[in-house]
Design a protein around this ligand. Structure first.
Ligand code: FES
Length: 111
């Protein structure tokens, strides 16, 4: 079986927007930057669990909608002056189709 989950086309996500993908380990936020780069991170702010998918994307970072911590979309690290990190999810794009890598036990299927 494959652990790669199809998210949709790059153009399905608005620039500076996000789409949420459900997994058994929690929601994953898939972001599109102004430069059409795609990043995926766990949709949970390391501060108090804010929904990062609803944050504001700027450059390669997202500002959490709850208390405005900034999280680097490439590394998952919280930017200064705050500290912490959230998990980055691997992304692959083929012919505009986005796929993200989710561990087998988190996809809800077996085999
Ligand atoms: S929950 Fe994200 S900054 Fe507080």
């Amino acid at each position: 079986m494959s652990n790669w989950i199809e998210v949709g086309q790059v153009n399905d996500i608005p620039k500076l927007g996000a789409r949420v993908v459900k997994s058994l380990r929690g929601d994953i936020a898939v972001f599109r930057t102004a430069d059409d780069e795609i990043f995926a991170i766990v949709d949970e702010c390391p501060h108090s669990g804010g929904p990062l998918s609803q944050g504001i994307v700027h450059g390669k970072a997202v500002a959490c909608p709850l208390h405005n911590w900034n999280i680097d979309l490439e590394t998952g690290d919280v930017l200064d002056p705050d500290h912490g990190c959230t998990r980055v999810i691997e992304v692959a794009i083929t012919d505009g189709l986005i796929r993200i890598f989710v561990e087998a036990e988190a996809t809800g299927t077996h085999g």
